[in-house]
Ligand binder design. Sequence first.
Ligand code: ADP
Length: 422
Amino acid sequence: MKNSTIRIIVILAILSIMGITITQIYWVKRAFDLKEAEFDRNVNTALFNVAQQIFSINNAPSPGHNPVKQLSTNYYIVLVNSDIDANFLEFLLRSEFEKRNILVDFEYGIYDCDNEKMVYGNYVRLGETKGRQDRNTSLPKWTDTGYYFGVQFPSREAQIMNQMGIWLFSSAVLLVVIIFFGYSLFVILKQKRLSEVQKNFINNMTHEFKTPISTIAVSTEVLKSPDIIHQPERLFKYAGIIENENKRLRQHVERVLQIAQLDREEAGLKKETFDLHELIEEIADNIQVQLRESKGEIALHLNASPSKIKADRHHLANVIYNLLDNAIKYCQKQPSISITTGLQANELLLTVADNGIGVSEENKKRIFQRFFRVPTGNIHDVKGFGLGLHYVKQIVEVHRGKIVVESELNKGCLFTITLPAV
Ligand code: ADP
């Protein structure tokens, strides 16, 4: 699928999910407002009925105005301006609320009309005493002056939410759909990146193999000409070219095989105890030919003592070769490499420093990823598979070690490997 098509699909999918979410939020809010209005209406009616019953019990005439006032979203007062028997009031409130299915705890307070002071207050658990309507005779009674009472519901919102079951359920389903959608999107984008990375890898590999193969083909053509036998110099030259190109091909194959081998042998390292310094000296010797070609130099500062290490010699050698190979490859001047070893606590430190093109801050985290290559545009044409450092990291980690890189663009890189010492 084309990149632009994927982008359009992703944008449309995100827009539709956003649309559905906004619609859901709007409807949930509307449903909440409706439930809230219904609750207020029921409470108002219940309190109005309570007031009417108090008036009738006191033989007082009903006032011309509605005695119930809602002072805030959750506080109602009822201006009875008459005698109130707390016991009777609580009984009336309970029965009126239960009648209207307002099964939520409430607090009420009785206030003195003259000095606005609360003379009595109680918290009533409607849920627990549901159905119990017997009168509690121990509550106080005021008969000598005028009173009003106030009611509020501490768990009003929870009660309204309880009545919105279907909306909460549909919101939860929507949330699951969004999470699932987000995850699918993440997987699609990851797969897309992976397929791009693999495409790059195949392009690189084809290029890397094509060049030596065609050079070998041309050289063989030359060697096949009948009079080459009389030109020993040309013969040697072309045989040499074939040998070098063959070596290059072998190196490429080994690179790819290293990773395949690593995948197969994950737990099967052949660990042995050997001297790390001997190995480094051996590798430094072997790399001299390559260094001479690019007029580079290598300096060894082998300070670790003792320098014994328990590791897979073959893989550890590959690790050092890969780092040195990169130090030469990614250098646009004469390579100057230095290898240092040292002991720190119970750990062996091995550093490889170069004076190459360096890696930017942003790419530093990614160079150890499989197939990752720093995008270089047309700046230089160093080819590779993006497997070397991934292999290095894997090997270091299976040896319970760590690798970090410090770098500055155009100054060089410093790779530090920490391994457990013997
Ligand atoms: P390859 O060299 O085959 O591309 P690596 O995994 O060895 O793959 O390296 C990944 C990338 O990290 C390289 O493409 C290169 O851009 C960058 N890199 C690695 N080593 C160095 C170095 N010493 N100096 C600068 N860049 C480096």
